[in-house]
Design a protein around this ligand. Structure first.
Ligand code: ADP
Ligand code: 5GP
Length: 202
């Protein structure tokens, strides 16, 4: 994937678009977005800021930019965030400047964010494409969350409650992808992105 210094590499190729990928924790958003990046060279994934602490194995600037409450306050008051929301007791937000720059340069920009953030963005940027990733079943969601091993049992229970609430919002999304199989679901996601990116009118 092109680095920051190559930000204009895709200018004059496909027109840039903004895609939001949401879905319950453990549905496989991260897995599918990673697979997607290997398939489409003009995809760029935004790195959010968060006030939550890194989990073991998470890297600064790769998974998130981990910032203090004070730094987060500064970003919200200065208009530095395109959207932000509180999820599971921590604040998360999308840095505005690079997202706008990447879209202008012809990238297909992906935000992996929760539904509160998705609807905030769609209110101000109505052409944003909203994609919801769902697990094949809620039992499988619990299996994936437990199998990932990154949350305690208590955190898994909280995520399952949030998942029930989020699944009720599926009808507000433009596309729903069932992540039953990583290769198949990635192919579906690639096709959705290509449909907009290749359409001169969108
Ligand atoms: P999210 O980003 O939505 O929280 P992850 O991408 O971290 O979810 O996936 C949660 C867990 O489920 C991970 O351990 C991942 O390897 C696994 N997983 C993802 N997609 C599938 C799939 N189609 N079948 C089985 N396991 C999957
Ligand atoms: P986690 O802490 O498990 O990485 O993420 C928790 C939730 O926060 C997920 O639903 C994830 O999509 C969401 N999230 C991550 N970054 C952002 C962001 O920048 N904005 C919003 N609104 N949600 C985010």
């Amino acid at each position: 994937m092109p680095q920051k210094s190559d930000v204009s590499s895709f200018a004059h190729q496909r027109k840039g678009h903004l895609f939001i990928v949401s879905g319950p924790s453990g549905a496989g958003k991260g897995t599918l977005v990673k697979a997607l990046c290997a398939e489409l060279p003009d995809v760029w994934v935004s790195v959010s800021v968060t006030t939550r602490k890194p989990r073991p194995g998470e890297l600064e600037g790769v998974h998130y930019q981990f910032i203090s409450e004070t730094e987060f306050d500064r970003l919200t008051t200065s208009g530095g965030l395109l959207e932000w929301a509180e999820v599971h007791g921590h604040r998360y937000g999308t840095p505005r400047a690079e997202v706008e720059q990447r879209i202008a340069c012809g990238y297909q920009v992906i935000l992996e964010i929760d539904p509160q953030g998705a609807f905030q963005i769609r209110d101000v940027l109505p052409r944003t494409v909203l994609v919801f990733i769902v697990p094949p079943s809620m039992d499988e969601l619990v299996r994936r969350l437990k199998g990932r091993g990154s949350e305690t049992d208590e955190q898994v229970a909280i995520r399952m409650q949030t998942a029930e609430r989020e699944m009720a919002l599926v009808g507000k999304y433009d596309h729903v992808v069932v992540n039953d199989d990583v290769s198949r679901a990635t192919r579906e996601l690639v096709e959705i992105i290509a449909r907009y990116a290749d359409d001169e009118e969108s």
